[in-house]
Design a protein around this ligand. Structure first.
Ligand code: ADP
Ligand code: ADP
Ligand code: ZN
Length: 214
């Protein structure tokens, strides 16, 4: 099964993708994670993307289309993938359709995670992750069972993203509404869109997703 997670920053795309990876064996493909890895490695691509990401803008379509195209060719995508954070513009969606066609893949669902703007700011400013295993956490909504220790791997090396501050969140939300939301119409025409109420607690969002995915 191949799906797209669509939703504003902080909607819970990464959180749900990680939960579903274990249940369905689909791999999470996050362009945000891939770009952050390029920035950390100091590659040419990373150097180009860094300032745009820190300002809360979108990097160029060509850059992310190239990254995803290379990633989808890898073996672990054959059993299914979840696109998280891609596509983010209508041209990216069109390029993806063409790419999947050529590679012989088909999309099963485009899940739209709907969350109101106000709770998103709180979700993003309270977000942190384990630097060792990638598990996601939140200061209020998903604290580790033991303060300072990762539930999943026992590590204590937590990280916060440079762009997870209130000012940048506003730019990212504006980019979402202007450039990403129109994708819903694009996939609506293909009858692929399934709407999920992302305002609910994490486990109730997972329940809705499992109903859709079967
Ligand atoms: P979030 O999950 O909070 O929405 P991401 O980790 O998906 O954030 O993305 C972080 C940043 O990386 C974005 O604000 C943007 O600058 C860049 N980015 C990620 N995916 C894309 C994409 N498909 N197109 C353009 N820019 C992207
Ligand atoms: P996205 O990948 O869509 O940007 P994340 O999955 O990283 O969003 O979630 C953003 C933050 O909100 C994280 O700190 C996460 O723990 C928390 N979170 C995710 N889903 C929910 C939810 N349904 N209710 C409350 N907090 C949530
Ligand atoms: Zn961990």
């Amino acid at each position: 099964m191949n799906i797209i997670f669509l939703g504003p920053p902080g909607a819970g795309k990464g959180t749900q993708a990680k939960i579903l990876e274990d249940t369905y064996g689909m791999v999470q493909l996050s362009t945000g994670d891939m770009l952050r890895a390029e920035v950390a490695a100091g590659s040419d691509l990373g150097r180009k993307a860094k300032a745009v990401m820190e300002a809360g803008g979108l990097v160029s379509d060509d850059m992310v289309i190239g990254i995803i195209s290379g990633r989808i060719d890898q073996d672990d995508c054959k059993d299914g993938f979840m696109l998280d954070g891609f596509p983010r513009t209508v041209p990216q969606a069109e390029a993806l359709d063409e790419m999947l066609d050529k590679k012989g893949f088909r999309l099963d669902h485009v899940v739209e995670l709907r969350v109101d703007d106000e709770p998103l700011v709180r979700r993003i400013t309270g977000r942190f992750t384990c630097g060792d295993c990638g598990e996601g956490y939140h200061d209020e909504f998903k604290k580790p069972a033991k303060d300072g220790v990762c539930d999943r791997c026992g590590g204590g090396n937590f990280k916060r993203r440079a762009d997870d501050n209130e000012e940048t969140v506003r730019s990212r939300l504006a980019a979402y509404h202007a450039q990403t939301a129109p994708i819903v119409g694009h996939y609506g025409k293909q009858d692929l869109v399934r709407v999920v109420d992302g305002n609910l607690p994490i486990d109730r969002v997972t329940t809705q997703l499992k109903e859709i995915l079967g």
